[in-house]
Design a protein around this ligand. Structure first.
Ligand SMILES: [Ca+2]
Ligand SMILES: [Ca+2]
Ligand SMILES: [Ca+2]
Length: 291
């Protein structure tokens, strides 16, 4: 390598370093506005109280082989009262998919139900809970995230998000978990339990007899206990979902992140278009409370 090349390489390395620094400095900041009038959790962001919350726009990028290269723009606003935190999330999605999810369809040739290809839209917000928060499900770090998983068919009609944890392990845990390959090539085991209490969605096996051409695989449950902490309601219009969340700042439940307005928290958001799989995700966003 001649000296010119070395100089160029050094310059490129220095530039890469600067870019990395500026990226680190550009973690989007979501400031939680202090409000006195709680917004209605109805999928309309039209309350005057939301105008005091500064929007943050992030791009959720496709992270799966079939969604790589796709993206959705996600706008977040946050506000809090003395007792609750509220989020208003809007994202681009050209199609409203909320009519069903993996519906059982009677197959007349097999005389049995088979799973349809229908899928719903969904959005997840993950907050740091225990350990390092990287926003990357495949980082390989052992950590716990508090995840609010709103689903357009399975949880929206009841007015909730599924309140759950993501628990990441390097080796197989005793709890139910799925194994994936971490970005360093090692194993990552992911458990995604719903919080304690009655579930927000009830899965039902396919009936063995013909009960009609289409039968839902998921029934709407009314959650209780720690599973019932996250109210959420979304509405789709003009190529965009608008979704509002409400939760107590501190639920008192160990499976939830308790928000202390004196500190900041890392979070990330993922949006899912017409799928039950992972789809598009943001990087780390920092949430802090207005002084
Ligand atoms: Ca509203
Ligand atoms: Ca959609
Ligand atoms: Ca909970």
């Amino acid at each position: 390598m001649n000296s010119h090349r070395i100089l160029v390489s050094t310059a490129i390395l220095a530039m890469a370093g600067l870019l990395a620094q500026s990226r680190a400095a550009e973690v989007p900041k979501l400031v939680v506005a202090k409000i006195t009038q709680a917004p209605a959790v109805d999928g309309k962001g039209d309350e005057a109280t939301w105008r005091s919350a500064k929007p943050v726009e992030v791009v959720a990028k496709g992270v799966m082989p079939k969604t790589r290269g796709t993206s959705s723009t996600v706008t977040l606003r946050a506000a809090h009262t003395d007792t609750h935190i509220y989020l208003l999330v809007q994202w681009t999605d050209a199609t409203k998919n909320d009519a069903g999810h993996k519906t059982w369809v009677w197959d007349t040739t097999k005389n049995a139900y088979a799973e349809d290809t229908d899928r719903e839209d969904a959005l997840s917000i993950a907050f740091e809970h225990t350990g390092a928060f990287t926003a990357n499900m495949l980082s390989g770090d052992e950590a716990v995230w508090d995840v609010w998983h709103w689903k357009a068919f399975r949880t929206n009609p009841q007015g909730f998000a599924m309140d759950r944890l993501h628990h990441y392990f390097k080796s197989q845990p005793t709890v139910k978990a799925n194994k994936h390959t971490a970005k360093d090539g090692g194993d990552v085991w992911i458990a995604r339990p719903e919080d304690s209490g009655d579930t927000v969605e009830k899965k039902q096996a396919a009936p063995t007899e013909n009960k009609g051409a289409r039968m839902p695989q998921y029934l709407h449950g009314i959650p209780t206990g720690s599973a019932a902490d996250v109210q959420a309601k979304g509405a789709w219009a003009d190529g965009k979902w608008t979704l509002e969340f409400a939760r107590k700042l501190n639920t008192g439940h160990a499976d939830d992140t308790a928000f202390d307005p004196s500190r900041s928290y890392k979070l990330a958001v993922s949006v899912h278009n017409d799928t039950g799989d992972m789809d598009k995700a943001s990087g780390v966003i920092e949430l802090s409370f207005a002084k």
